[in-house]
Ligand binder design. Structure first.
Ligand SMILES: [Ca+2]
Ligand SMILES: [Ca+2]
Ligand SMILES: [Ca+2]
Ligand SMILES: [Ca+2]
Length: 377
């Protein structure tokens, strides 16, 4: 063999040996398959965890030398407020880097050795956190990929870990809302306070701990009506026709929960109602989740009617829902007392409290009684 050929073989062997030597340092780097909940505007949290494990026959520590983190997802840096990479070794967490976006390329050599060393046959956890900005594109994703370079003894190595489950950004306004269609329209008399609209609100799973609060409301409807907005435990009067910022927001739903906001119409006892008034309000709500605000408009689909109370309106008054009436009462005959007297007479007993069903039954008996009386006279 010629001298030149021998040299080539020798060089090749040296190269092979050096390559083998280079890949001998082996740090097991594995993505922990962290899957977070969707991020709303302003949310933050972890997106990827990577386990770094030294497990070999040598007794050398592993020293991290370079770190690269890129985002393979569709979210741009405009949607990301910050990125943080943390390394936890022996129960001690060190922030390796904080950045305004991706990619991160970091030479670790300037960091003290104890902050980037994984002791022989020990493990460490690398965690990537992101903070989400306020302008996001719904459905965009964050999928990080970490590239780690390290040395062990005199050798070096490199490993990649790609986040198996991308995280998604989701706009706060994706909270689900709906008008309760089961709330029927009915009749309102002076003195009544009845629910006329119900809005269901739900906060889908997210990375924050905020529930939903109504912070501002406007009701467009008859000015005669006194509007009350709230829940079973929190009721706030709302002046008609103007946007009202609530001093005390109404808690509509807990984080990732669902709840109902009710609009009651209260008719003053002394209201003058020369002719029936239709109540079909429009309700504007501002719903806050943390710092995010979303506006919604709902229109009542089941109108109610306000009519003057009294004997002649009895037939129109029977569709009230859920009212509890006490009867009989002294003084001028009201619908409830008349009805109680009629039914009481018919059944030969006295009734103290009328449920909705009893009220309708009583109204039916009254109509029967009236038609019989009319026939008899
Ligand atoms: Ca080792
Ligand atoms: Ca993930
Ligand atoms: Ca949410
Ligand atoms: Ca939430």
């Amino acid at each position: 063999m010629k001298r030149g050929a021998l040299l080539a073989v020798f060089t090749a062997v040296i190269l092979m040996l050096s390559f083998t030597t280079y890949s001998a340092a082996e740090l097991a780097v594995s993505d922990m398959e962290f899957a977070g909940k969707p991020f709303n505007e302003g949310d933050d949290g972890r997106v990827q965890r990577v386990l770094l494990r030294d497990h070999d026959v040598n007794s050398d520590n592993v020293v991290l030398t370079k770190l690269t983190v890129e985002n393979l997802g569709s979210a741009t840096n405009d949607e990301i407020a910050w990125v943080k990479v943390e390394l936890e070794v022996n129960g001690r967490a060190i922030t390796l880097v904080e950045s305004e976006g991706f990619p991160i390329s970091l030479v670790l050599l300037s960091l003290p050795l104890d902050q980037r060393t994984i002791p022989d046959d020990a493990s460490a956890m690398l965690t990537i956190y992101v903070g989400i900005g306020n302008k996001i594109v719904d459905g965009h994703t964050i999928q990080t990929q970490v590239d780690i370079r390290y040395s062990e003894g005199g050798e070096g190595g490199e490993a990649l870990a790609k986040d198996r489950y991308p995280e998604v950004v989701s706009r706060t306004e994706n909270l689900s809302t709906g008008l309760n269609a089961d709330l029927e329209g009915g009749i309102l008399n002076p003195g009544d306070e009845l629910p006329v609209m119900q809005i269901q609100l739900a906060d889908p799973p997210d990375s924050n701990f905020w529930g939903l609060q109504v912070t501002e409301a406007r009701v467009m409807g008859p000015t005669l009506v006194q509007w009350i907005l709230g829940t079973d435990t929190q009721k706030i009067p709302i002046a008609p026709g103007q946007s009202v910022v609530l001093d005390e927001p109404i808690l509509a739903a807990f984080d990732e929960g669902a709840g109902t906001i009710t609009l009651w119409a209260s008719i003053p006892v002394d209201a003058s109602i020369p002719s029936p008034i239709t109540v079909q309000p429009q309700l504007d709500l501002t719903v806050a989740e943390g710092e995010s605000r979303t506006n919604f408009t709902f229109s009542d689909t089941t109108p109610d009617t306000i009519v003057r109370g009294g004997f002649e309106e009895l037939q129109a008054s029977i569709s009230q829902g859920g009212t509890i009436l006490s009867a009989p009462q002294e003084g001028l005959p009201t619908q409830s007392s008349l009805c109680a007297i009629m039914t009481g007479t018919a059944l030969g007993s006295a009734f103290k409290i009328w449920s909705c069903a009893a009220w309708e039954r009583c109204a039916a008996s009254y109509r029967t009684w009236r038609s019989r009386t009319a026939k008899a006279t």
